[in-house]
Design a protein around this ligand. Structure first.
Ligand SMILES: C[S@@+](CC[C@H](N)C(=O)[O-])C[C@H]1O[C@@H](n2cnc3c(N)ncnc32)[C@H](O)[C@@H]1O
Length: 401
C-alpha cells in the first residue's frame, strides 16, 4: 500500500492521476488534491491502476453522491465530483485534447448544460432472472437497481414495472432491455428464447415492443416532441439522449448556418438536425448509414412540412466524392470520428464552413489536425449532454482559411 499520495490531475475518463516512483497511476473515484492511501491493483507498461484504500484529505471538488449504486455500477463515472467542477473537467478535456493531439491552443470554452439528474431518454439494461441493471465496471455482474438517477422519470417507472414482471417470471430468458422514452415509449428485448410477450405487456405499458429488433407489439415508430418539431423514430435509429441539451445544441448549429446556404448534413440519423435548420437553408442533403433511420428522416421531413431536404442511405465515405456546390457541411459522427477518406472528400468539396458536432474530443482533435491546413477554428462550445459521466459533446465551427 502507498500512503499519503496526492492526486495531481484527472485523466480523460475522469480518474485521478498520481505519480509513484515516476510512474503514472490512474485511480478511479480520486479527485485532484485528494490525499489518499492506495493499492496498485493492475500493472501496465506505461501506467498502473490504483484503488483508493482511504481518503486522508478530501479534495474540495468532492461531494457525497445521492445514487446508492454509484460506486458499484458502471453507468456513471464522476458523480462524486461537484457539478461545477465536472463542467471544468469537461472544458479542460477538450482544450487539452486539442492542444496535445492537434497542437491548437484554445484559452477557454463556454459550456451549456441543463438538468444534472433524470435527463436520459434512452437506456439499455442487462437482465438475469429477476435482476435488472448496468454491469459492474469490467465485469458481467449486474448491479440490480430500482432507479437510475440519470434516467428520466418515465424510464424509472418502466424499470419498476419491468421489475414486477421479472419477479413474477424469473425464467424469462431476457438478456437485455432497451427503453426509449420520448413522448411515447419503445422497448426492445434481447433474448434467444422469449415467449412471454402477453405477460410482459400486461405489466409493462409501452407504445411499441420489439424482440431482437423485430416489432412484436404496437407501433413500428414512436413520437418525439422536440421544441416546435415533431419526429418519429423506429427501433434501430439513433436519437440524442438528452433532449433538453440537444435543443440547445441544435439551436447553436442553426445559429451557425448561413441564410440561404446549401448544407450537407453528414451522419444525419433521423434527419433531425437538417430538418431543424432547413428553413434557414436553401437546400439540405442528409447522409446516414442505417436504412431505417433514412426512412424515418424522409417521413420526418414530410411531418415537419420541409420540402428542401433530401437524404441518401449509405456510408458517408462512399457517398460524398461527387458532391459539390455546398456552403456548409455539418458532421455529427459516432465516437470513432470521421473516416479519413471522408475527410479528404470534405476538403475537396471545399465548403466555406464545417460545423463539427462531436461526442469524443479525442477523435475531434485528430480530425481537426487533418483539416487544419485548410480550415481554422472560429468557435467552439461544449454541451454537457451526459452529466455525471466523463462524456462531453461539443460543436466546433471551422472556416476555410
Ligand atoms: C452521433 S449520431 C448523430 C445522429 C444525428 N445527427 C442526430 O443529431 O440525431 C451518428 C449517426 O451516424 C450514423 N453513422 C455511423 N457511421 C456512419 C457512416 N460511416 N456513414 C453514415 N452514417 C454513419 C449512425 O447510424 C448515427 O445515426
Amino acid at each position: 500500500m502507498y500512503k499519503d499520495i496526492k492526486i495531481i490531475n484527472q485523466n480523460n475518463e475522469g480518474e485521478g492521476i498520481a505519480k509513484i516512483n515516476n510512474k503514472v497511476v490512474f485511480i478511479p473515484y480520486a479527485l485532484k488534491n485528494d490525499i489518499i492511501d492506495l493499492e496498485i491493483i493492475k500493472n501496465n507498461k506505461n501506467f498502473d491502476i490504483g484503488k483508493i484504500v482511504n481518503i486522508n484529505k478530501s479534495s474540495n471538488e468532492r461531494r457525497e453522491v445521492i445514487c446508492p449504486y454509484y460506486y458499484n455500477c458502471g453507468g456513471c463515472n464522476i458523480m462524486h465530483q461537484l457539478y461545477n467542477y465536472q463542467l471544468e473537467f469537461k472544458k479542460n478535456k477538450i482544450i487539452n485534447n486539442l492542444k496535445h493531439i492537434a497542437d491548437i491552443d484554445i484559452n477557454n470554452i463556454d459550456i451549456e448544460y441543463d438538468n444534472e439528474y433524470y435527463y436520459r431518454n434512452h437506456i439499455t439494461l442487462s437482465v438475469s432472472g429477476d435482476k435488472i441493471g448496468f454491469l459492474k465496471t469490467n465485469s458481467n455482474d449486474i448491479v440490480d437497481i430500482d432507479k437510475c438517477m440519470i434516467s428520466n422519470d418515465i424510464i424509472n417507472d418502466k424499470i419498476n414495472e419491468i421489475r414486477i414482471f421479472l419477479n413474477k417470471y424469473k425464467d424469462n430468458n431476457i438478456d437485455k432491455i432497451s427503453i426509449k422514452s420520448y413522448k411515447e415509449i419503445l422497448i426492445n428485448i434481447e433474448s434467444n428464447n422469449f415467449n412471454l410477450k402477453d405477460e410482459f405487456i400486461k405489466y409493462v405499458k409501452c407504445d411499441s415492443l420489439y424482440l431482437n429488433n423485430k416489432l412484436i407489439y404496437g407501433k413500428d415508430k414512436i413520437d418525439i416532441d422536440f421544441g416546435k418539431h415533431k419526429f418519429k423514430i423506429s427501433n434501430r435509429s439513433f436519437f440524442q439522449k438528452n433532449t433538453n441539451v440537444a435543443i440547445k445544441l441544435y439551436d447553436y448549429i442553426k445559429d451557425n448556418v448561413d441564410v440561404n446556404s446549401n448544407v450537407l448534413d453528414l451522419y444525419c440519423g433521423i434527419g433531425s438536425i437538417g430538418i431543424y435548420i432547413a428553413n434557414k437553408a436553401k437546400s439540405v442533403l442528409g447522409i446516414e448509414i442505417i436504412e431505417d433511420a433514412v426512412k424515418d428522416a424522409e417521413n420526418n421531413a414530410i411531418l415537419n412540412n420541409i420540402d428542401n431536404i433530401k437524404f441518401i442511405s449509405g456510408k458517408v465515405e462512399d457517398n460524398i466524392s461527387n458532391i459539390d456546390n455546398i456552403d456548409t457541411i455539418i458532421v455529427d459522427p459516432p465516437r470513432v470520428g470521421i473516416n479519413k477518406n471522408a475527410i479528404n472528400d470534405i476538403i475537396k468539396i471545399n465548403p466555406n464552413k464545417i460545423v463539427y458536432v462531436s461526442c469524443n474530443s479525442t477523435t475531434l482533435a485528430r480530425d481537426i489536425n487533418y483539416l487544419k491546413e485548410y480550415y481554422s477554428i472560429k468557435k467552439i462550445k461544449a454541451f454537457d449532454m451526459f452529466p455525471n459521466t466523463y462524456h462531453c459533446e461539443s460543436i466546433t465551427v471551422l472556416e476555410r482559411r
